[in-house]
Design a protein. Structure first.
Length: 140
């Protein structure tokens, strides 16, 4: 957990833990931080980084494809997280409109998240060409 939380760092949580559990383990958000864009009910993936307190739409930079569920408050670059991006964030990707973005979110919800970028091929509307265009721009 990083960003605007009381105890940032690595927190070990049981399998099936949710974003709300990670937020509690990090001591909660700092006073005045808006959590409206943070899906606290979402089940976490092993090794996932939750970043709290930045404007929506800024992906977190990480060599492991960290989740961008908020941000650290400073602009960063990196892959768009398939596991935490909103429909609006996914809609900014080339070749992805609001309908396809919703298909990605629906797949994520139905399958408990993306374990790898290759799973994007299983989303309705993602063919080989679109996958090739998106692969370098997204992370799990």
């Amino acid at each position: 957990m990083s960003g605007k939380v009381r105890r940032p760092g690595i927190h070990r949580l049981p399998s099936g833990a949710r974003v709300a559990d990670a937020l509690r383990a990090a001591g909660g958000a700092r006073p005045g931080i808006d959590l409206a864009g943070l899906n606290r009910a979402r089940v976490l993936m092993d090794g996932e980084q939750i970043v709290v307190g930045a404007p929506p739409g800024l992906p977190a930079a990480s060599g492991t494809g960290a989740a961008a569920t908020g941000g650290s408050g400073s602009p960063t670059t990196g892959p768009v997280s398939l596991n935490s991006a909103t429909v609006e964030q996914l809609d900014t990707l080339p070749g992805v409109g609001p309908v396809l973005a919703q298909h990605i979110v629906d797949y994520r919800t139905q399958h408990g998240g993306f374990r790898s970028v290759d799973e994007l091929r299983e989303v309705n509307g993602i063919g080989d060409r679109r996958f090739a265009d998106l692969q370098p721009l997204v992370g799990p």
